[in-house]
Ligand binder design. Sequence first.
Ligand code: HEC
Length: 134
Amino acid sequence: MRMVRLFGAALVAAVVGAGLSAAHAAGDPAKGAKVYRKCKACHELTKEKNKVGPHLVKIVNRPAARVEGFKYSKALKDAAANGLVWTEENLDKWLENPKKFIKGNRMAFAGLKKKADRENLIAYLREEGGVWEE
Ligand code: HEC
């Protein structure tokens, strides 16, 4: 009887855990702050001010190519017209290899090959820059 109850609890924990990881990248924002140094020259995260790239305030869940006054490439505008939203999943793919994710985009960045770097960075973007709500 006891065994059965323990097994049940473990199952519930596993299901809840899986649900959480789907909604949230399991990254460490403190480590992500260091990864963000690679983005800093081109992107503001806490001020709505554009540099070489558009600002990234509330970038998590923000629709693509949404910053007014920024001259996006045709490639990114087309992706936005097709409904691209920067969910954590799409950010992960973009940051791994921007050229592959959207051909012809103008972001001069090779990509972050390590999954852990991307997870930590996305956790930092979420914590420091906020989440889009609309
Ligand atoms: C050399 C400058 C540069 C670097 C470095 C850079 N970016 Fe970008 N980024 C850009 C430019 C330019 C664009 C717009 C691309 C386009 O219009 O095709 C962009 C676009 C983006 C977008 C899409 C924004 C939107 O409004 O749709 C995201 C998200 C993004 N960058 C995140 C990052 C992150 C995170 C890093 C660090 C890992 C990074 N970028 C590094 C220049 C850069």
